[in-house]
Ligand binder design. Structure first.
Ligand code: SAM
Length: 284
């Protein structure tokens, strides 16, 4: 049996585990909501896990954060108000705030310790986003916020942990229904929806709810190396026609935005919605 001493072993899935070598331990403690750990890995840089599950790494977070922000914002074309649910590391806010047209970002994170902690141990992830005057950080349960809030948003991004622990409430029909009610006309809801090859049922459940709520409900894909098991799915729901945006229009909007990316391009954007049959079959 391989000796995994000195490795962080992620057991998110029943029959599949991921091990990451711990070159140096930076922090390991529990908050009121979850266990936070940060350690150094020679390939991925600093890695944060919550309850043992990889949340963000310095080396590959750009893929996930670029695809969950620039796809809905550039497809929408005139997003002014954005809501992020979760996102404690600040990476999602970092990418949203690169859009000068975005006037206001509300970020609802259940665990203030994650924010404080990431500012200290992973400052490069938020890269100053928490100091941006356009950002309004709310420490609350995203499900409760969505139930009570009466503001409208052009884009809602659910950047949550997986549907275990505090994140579970963010994968319910009730939550999705409340989120839809908070979308302005033409608004778009996008969600972190796991790795379909290992979490297919999670995607099916979300898509079933989206199909009942939105005229356009699907998902799009991107492969994030530290989210093991193949391409990751991002749920997409809207009553608007944002998915019909042309490549030419996306190219113009991307050029106007003047944002430097390492994964997102207008071509990658459109290609991400091309689903292989094993994923398409998971959408009811
Ligand atoms: N990229 C990661 C992934 O795909 O799993 C997500 C990263 S982000 C750190 C996840 C955040 O969701 C955490 O900061 C966690 O505290 C937050 N979270 C979990 N449940 C929540 C809830 N009910 N309301 C608001 N934030 C929540």
């Amino acid at each position: 049996m391989t000796d995994l001493t000195g490795w962080s072993v992620e057991r998110l899935h029943q029959d599949h585990a991921q091990a990451l070598r711990v070159e140096a331990e930076h922090y390991d403690s529990a908050t009121d909501h979850q266990r936070i750990r940060v350690f150094e890995n020679p390939t991925f840089g600093r890695i944060m896990t919550l309850d043992g599950v990889v949340q963000v790494t310095e080396a590959d977070n750009f893929i996930y954060h670029e695809m969950l922000t620039h796809v809905p914002i550039l497809a929408h074309g005139a997003a002014r108000r954005v809501l992020i649910v979760g996102g404690g590391d600040g990476g999602m806010a970092r990418e949203v705030l690169k859009h000068d047209g975005v006037e206001q970002v509300t970020m609802v994170e259940i665990d203030g310790a994650v924010v404080d902690f990431c500012k200290t141990y992973l400052p490069g992830i938020s890269a100053g986003a928490f100091d941006d005057p356009r950002l309004d950080l709310v420490i609350a349960d995203g499900a409760e916020f969505m139930r009570q809030n009466r503001d409208d948003y052009d884009v809602i991004i659910v950047d949550s942990t997986d549907p275990v622990g505090p994140g579970e409430v963010l994968f319910t029909d009730t939550f999705y229904g409340h989120a839809k009610a908070r979308l302005a006309e033409g608004g778009i809801l996008v969600t972190q929806n796991g790795v379909p090859f290992l979490q297919g049922e999670e995607l099916t459940n979300t898509m079933r709810a989206f199909r009942a709520l939105f005229s356009d409900a699907t998902c799009y894909l991107a492969t994030v190396p530290s989210y093991a098991g193949g391409p990751m799915a991002f749920g997409w729901g809207t009553d608007g026609d944002a998915r019909e945006v042309t490549l030419e229009t996306l190219r113009q909007r991307f050029a106007t935005a003047g944002i430097q990316t390492d994964y997102y391009t207008p071509e990658v954007h459109l290609g991400a919605f091309a689903l292989p049959p094993y994923v398409a079959r998971l959408i009811p």
